[in-house]
Write a protein that binds this ligand. Structure first.
Ligand SMILES: C[S@@+](CC[C@H](N)C(=O)[O-])C[C@H]1O[C@@H](n2cnc3c(N)ncnc32)[C@H](O)[C@@H]1O
Length: 235
């Protein structure tokens, strides 16, 4: 549970520089984002999002914010699951590539433009490591999700098995940046694998989620720990 990234954050941007870098990077890679995701994850990303929607386990017609929605893949799965998604993201480029048909809002998800206890659920796919302050984000989820509402948060992970972690480091450290350089944007696909270093450990995230009002929060490793899923119910 406490595997840490073999990379560190020393030469990654911090503070407002990080926000600007993240926004600019996603604006730039938006047109080819979906294609690259399918290629570099061998389509596992599709399976991981479906699992998140399944574990969200909300009643039909529930109102769900998909935060850092990107091009809207989770919104599509949420709508197929019978709930009503709203897509929120920082990047105009990603939002304009969103073909989900969900209502779209451009915002920094650390400060959600919705009233307290006003939504039934929240999803967030592959964005936790991009945020400046995870405890503030989790507190914001605790504020907007009604009691009994649910959250499902996905992000990449550091596999706890040493052999899997070694293979993962080579693939994301050497292969993915080359694929990115060939088909999209080299610097972005060098940054993305390294950005896992921003993430706290699962235990630290679980503690912060419980503190934010999700007392039953759980953590699961998907596909041998390539990705992680945090799920919880607002107490
Ligand atoms: C790796 S993409 C994930 C997109 C989508 N959720 C998915 O599953 O493919 C990360 C997204 O997080 C967004 N993002 C990063 N920081 C954000 C912030 N502070 N507020 C809102 N969106 C943010 C980026 O613009 C980008 O669209």
């Amino acid at each position: 549970m406490d595997a840490r990234s073999t990379w560190d954050t020393d030469d990654l941007p911090q503070g407002e520089e990080k926000v600007a870098a993240v926004q600019g990077m996603f604006d730039a890679i938006a047109p080819r984002y979906d294609r690259l995701n399918r290629i570099i994850s061998f389509r596992l990303d599709v399976r991981w999002r479906k699992r998140a929607v399944r574990d969200l386990a909300l009643a039909p017609r529930s109102l769900v914010l998909d935060l850092a929605s990107g091009t809207g893949d989770l919104c599509i799965d949420l709508a197929k699951g019978g709930v009503r998604p709203i897509s929120m993201d920082l990047s105009f480029g990603m939002l304009s590539a969103d073909r989900s048909g969900a209502p779209r809002v451009q915002t920094d998800i650390l400060h959600l433009p919705v009233p307290d206890a006003s939504v039934d659920g929240v999803t967030c796919g592959f964005a936790l490591r991009n945020l400046l302050d995870l405890p503030t984000f989790f507190d914001e989820l605790g504020r907007v999700v009604r009691p009994g509402g649910r959250i499902a948060l996905l992000d990449v992970s550091v596999p706890s098995n040493r052999l899997v972690r070694w293979g993962n480091d080579i693939y994301f450290g050497k292969v993915v940046p080359r694929i990115g350089a060939l088909l999209s944007d080299g610097p972005a696909y060098r940054y993305l694998p390294r950005s896992v270093a921003y993430l706290p450990t699962p235990d630290e995230m679980l503690a912060a989620l419980r503190e934010a009002g999700f007392a039953d929060a759980t953590h699961a490793q998907l596909s041998g720990g390539l990705t992680q899923l945090l799920v919880g119910t607002r107490s």
